[in-house]
Design a protein around this ligand. Structure first.
Ligand code: HEC
Ligand code: HEC
Ligand code: HEC
Ligand code: HEC
Ligand code: HEC
Length: 319
């Protein structure tokens, strides 16, 4: 693929990416062990993040999960919700009183995508790699305990300890993982003089702590519908838990159904309303996941007629 200029492949799977985006999270960008990457060059990564050798552990732990966030067995350090600046154009839309800080189903994603917390900053590292005494657990909220992360010692040579625990990096500019994963590095040339990508560009994936330029999260969704309310009504509403668009009518929130999370203030839009971090097959088991971890495709309908042009947006917006 040498010669292709780096762009964010928003509507399709980045052809330079070596995972297939089919089957399970193991074949997606969210497999931070990179076990799918056979280039050999990716071993460079073992100097910049602990390679725990397990896909789920970067986000979940069976025991001793983060007690400060209502998210499934969450194994990561998170930021305080007040760390984020939220959408601030309420005057045009009458959002007063409905804007809140990001809820749990956004704080999970932001624990990597705000670019401030190390990608490998888990609370519990796998196995019994820790020596007795000292800190045995990472920080739940705030700044990761780098000393704790430094104590990762894998039985697999080359997988740790690494001493360097990068975060994704700043929203613009170079730093963190973007030291290598940036557009500038794409101007490298190979031995034949052809331009060659050094490492895929991550710039588009850093959401940052300023959420003013992103689709609003932490906003409560209307609960009354009808004339003058240009929002669609979710088929199922379970106060205190969530509301969801039950596209197959079975009263269960499947992962390909858009949902609004109720963490106290009413059903709200959060990152996981639109995205499932494990991937959703575009058209039944074994098909390529919908790009960008979206729950519903914004371009191609599946065989049940779900999704299609602006399909995700039109789930909520009656436009
Ligand atoms: C020292 C440079 C460097 C740094 C820093 C770096 N990477 Fe990489 N990364 C690479 C190289 C080189 C590859 C292999 C690219 C290839 O195989 O074509 C790679 C590959 C990847 C891939 C797989 C891409 C693919 O096509 O399979 C992912 C995901 C990734 N890196 C994530 C990260 C994350 C997350 C961080 C920060 C914790 C990070 N990288 C920091 C150099 C780096
Ligand atoms: C990149 C982070 C990440 C990785 C890696 C990850 N998950 Fe998750 N997982 C999440 C998030 C975030 C949620 C909560 C989604 C929400 O808010 O509804 C979740 C939710 C879940 C749930 C609850 C039901 C659901 O789907 O919402 C299960 C079960 C689960 N994950 C299992 C796994 C397993 C098993 C693995 C490894 C094969 C894994 N996850 C890997 C981020 C991750
Ligand atoms: C453990 C850290 C981590 C967590 C938690 C996490 N991500 Fe990611 N995510 C990454 C990294 C690293 C990349 C970029 C990897 C790459 O490009 O190779 C990425 C890429 C993505 C992409 C781009 C995929 C594409 O094909 O365009 C989306 C979308 C995304 N994440 C959404 C989410 C959402 C939504 C959540 C929460 C439900 C979440 N992520 C949680 C680390 C994380
Ligand atoms: C209302 C739906 C919605 C919400 C809420 C949402 N996203 Fe997205 N996100 C999308 C869509 C659609 C894309 C596909 C990119 C495009 O078409 O521009 C996307 C793309 C992304 C990407 C890939 C970069 C890119 O520009 O393609 C990342 C990373 C991401 N989202 C993370 C998040 C995080 C983190 C949150 C919460 C703070 C979030 N998203 C909230 C709909 C949403
Ligand atoms: C889960 C439901 C949901 C989905 C899916 C969704 N939105 Fe929204 N969107 C909202 C809510 C709620 C608001 C807050 C505005 C309000 O309530 O008046 C909003 C606000 C907006 C705004 C107005 C922001 C402003 O201040 O002018 C735009 C534009 C928008 N969404 C576009 C999109 C697009 C484009 C998509 C598809 C990528 C999308 N939305 C998907 C629920 C959703």
């Amino acid at each position: 693929m040498a010669g292709i200029v780096a762009v964010a492949f928003a509507d399709g799977w980045d052809p330079r990416f070596s995972a297939t985006n089919i089957g399970s999270i193991e074949q997606t960008r969210h497999n931070l062990t990179l076990s799918y990457n056979n280039s050999g060059r990716a071993s460079m990564m073992d100097n910049v993040r602990n390679n725990y050798g397990e896909v789920c552990v970067y986000c979940h732990t069976p025991h001793g999960a983060n007690s400060q966030i209502n998210a499934p067995l969450w194994n990561r350090t998170i930021n305080n919700a007040s760390n984020y600046s939220i959408y601030d154009k309420p005057t045009t839309l009458g959002l007063e009183g409905r804007l809140n800080l990001p809820g749990p189903s956004s704080l999970t994603c932001l624990s990597c995508h705000d670019g401030t917390i190390a990608i490998d900053s888990v609370l519990n590292m796998p196995g019994s790699g820790l020596s007795p005494g000292g800190n045995t657990r990472n920080t739940e909220v705030g700044s990761p305990d780098m000393g704790f992360l430094d104590r990762w010692a894998s039985s697999n040579p080359g997988m740790g300890p690494v001493g360097d625990h990068l975060s994704l990096g700043p929203e613009s500019g170079i730093g963190g993982c973007k030291i290598c994963h940036n557009r500038i590095n794409d101007t490298l040339v190979d031995l034949d003089g052809n331009p060659t990508p050094f490492a895929p560009d991550f710039t588009a994936f850093v959401i940052g702590t300023n959420l003013r330029n992103d689709h609003v999260v932490g906003i409560t969704y209307p609960t009354t519908f009808g004339p003058g309310i240009d929002y669609n009504e979710p088929e199922v509403a379970i106060p205190g838990k969530w509301s969801f668009f039950d596209s197959n009518g079975n009263n269960f929130a499947e992962k390909d159904e858009v949902r609004l999370y109720d963490s106290g203030a009413g059903p709200a839009v959060e990152c996981a309303s639109c995205h499932d971090p494990h991937g959703i097959p575009s058209n039944g088991p074994g098909t390529e996941f919908i790009p960008s971890f979206l729950r519903v495709s914004n371009s191609t309908p599946n065989s049940n007629g779900i999704g299609g042009p602006s399909g995700l947006c039109l789930t909520c917006h009656a436009k």
